[in-house]
Design a protein around this ligand. Structure first.
Ligand code: PLP
Length: 438
């Protein structure tokens, strides 16, 4: 079946305020799946025309967000009108350059950076890779010790493993049951040859915010470079590189209504950095590759919108998340919230006694509610969340977890309906396992 493009554009411009993203309406799951060889909860999908009456509820905004109508509108001219290469001298090129530099100002504005400190990338993963390799290879001071935490995104964890293969010694710090790293652990891990600390600003599974300012103070005293992965926090809470005191930072557009495949890296002026992507002299020689003008323009537009909406994220969206949380704790026995330290306003991670998270995810999806589990797809099998495990949760508690993540477009009605459906699903699944046990 073919996706009807004209209809798609029509939806892009006229979608309801709920902005419920509208991928395929029906999902089919493989029935013969064993626990560990299942196709990773990824539904087998059939492309269908987007349904304007779609009433599904998307509460998986930490995985990705729908491109905002205003972002799409800003991007569209860049595919066919402003199509020049931003490095070209002629007018076509200069128009593209102007668009890229406007976006750079918008991104710099979101994070409190100077425009010269913003480098566009293909997303959060590239920004994390570039930041870590860029500092490690720069040789700005002797040493090969790197500090990170056990709860980082794989974009940082796997890169740290690669750094180890290249001769680095990496300390992977534990976290407390609250989900936060202990400052005393950071201080104790510091060595004379520590060159880099990478600690995420907020965790993608629990939303827990890490004490970056305090870590920055420790790093600064010793001249150690500090990177933070702000992929989840940017556009959700105020993120200001000056106030945080970081030297490098990663952000990703698709987490705040820009398209997938675009992000940015902040590099504080004066930080020694060896480019990870080599080639031409784009991005002041810090990231080679022809600029992806439409996506960069989308990132800029999303950054501007995010700044305008930040206060509402902290009040209305936080209020919705709190209402969902209170409703679940009130109506579902054996429910608990994972991550009790300060959190982003849009994420809540629950565990439910006696529930299989993946079964609940599928049941909720069939009810039209999209969430995610505390499990990650890796090579076609489900790995229990390394984040919840690092917080000391027992394996069965980890397996029973579900993450709900909201966005600016989430409505009161969606939260109420999602809560009703969750209560129903948990009761039904628990009833089924009770019957299976007798
Ligand atoms: N870092 C964190 C904390 C994330 O949540 C993600 C994506 O989920 C990434 C990095 C990777 O970003 P991207 O999907 O843009 O490569």
């Amino acid at each position: 079946m073919i996706l009807a493009i004209p209809q798609f554009y029509q939806n892009a411009f006229t979608a309801s305020s709920a902005q419920s993203s509208a991928p395929p309406r029906r999902a089919y799951y493989s029935s013969a799946r064993s626990r560990r060889s299942l196709t990773c909860l990824r539904p087998l999908v059939i492309l269908r025309k987007i349904d304007m009456t779609d009433t599904r509820i998307y509460l998986d905004n930490s995985a990705t967000t729908r491109v905002d109508d205003l972002v799409l509108a800003a991007m569209l001219p860049c595919f066919q009108n402003v199509f020049g290469n931003a490095s070209s001298i002629h007018t076509f090129g200069q128009e593209a350059r102007t668009a890229v530099e406007q976006a750079r100002r918008e991104v710099a504005g979101l994070i409190g950076a100077d425009t010269r400190e913003v480098v566009f990338t293909s997303g959060g993963t590239e920004a994390d890779n570039s930041a870590l390799w860029g500092v490690f290879r720069s040789g700005y001071r002797p040493g090969r010790h790197v500090i990170t935490t056990r709860i980082e995104h794989p974009a940082v964890l796997a890169t740290c493993k690669s750094l180890e293969s290249a001769g680095a010694e990496v300390t992977f710090l534990p976290v407390r049951s609250t989900g936060q790293v202990d400052l005393a652990d950071v201080a104790a891990a510091l060595r004379g040859d520590t060159v880099l600390i990478s600690v995420m600003h907020a965790n993608n599974e629990t939303g827990v915010v890490q004490p970056i300012r305090e870590i920055a103070a420790l790093a600064r005293e010793r001249g150690i470079v500090l990177h933070t992965d702000a992929v989840q926090s940017a556009a959700k809470i105020p993120v200001n590189v000056g106030e945080l005191g970081v030297d490098l930072m990663s952000i990703s557009g698709h987490k705040f209504h820009a398209p997938k495949g675009v992000g940015a890296m902040y590099i504080r002026k004066g930080t020694k950095f060896a480019p990870f992507m080599t080639g031409g002299s784009h991005e002041r020689k810090r990231r080679a590759g022809t600029e992806n003008v439409p996506s960069i323009v989308g990132l800029g537009a999303a950054a501007r919108l995010a700044q305008e909406r930040l206060a509402e994220m902290g009040s209305r969206v936080r209020g919705l998340r709190d209402r969902l949380e209170a409703g679940v704790l009130d109506r579902v026995t054996g429910a608990r919230v994972n991550g009790t330290a300060e959190r982003l306003p849009n994420i809540v991670n629950f565990s439910f006694d006696g529930l299989e998270g993946e079964a609940a995810l599928i049941a909720l999806d069939l009810e039209g509610v999209a969430v995610s589990t505390g499990s990650a797809c890796s090579s076609g099998s489900l790995e229990p969340s390394h984040v919840l495990s690092a917080m000391g949760l027992r394996a069965e508690t980890v397996q029973s977890s579900l993450r709900f993540s909201l966005c600016y477009h989430t409505t009161d009605a969606e939260i109420d309906r999602a809560l009703d459906k969750l209560v129903k699903v948990v009761e039904r699944l628990r009833g089924l396992s009770r019957r299976a046990a007798v």
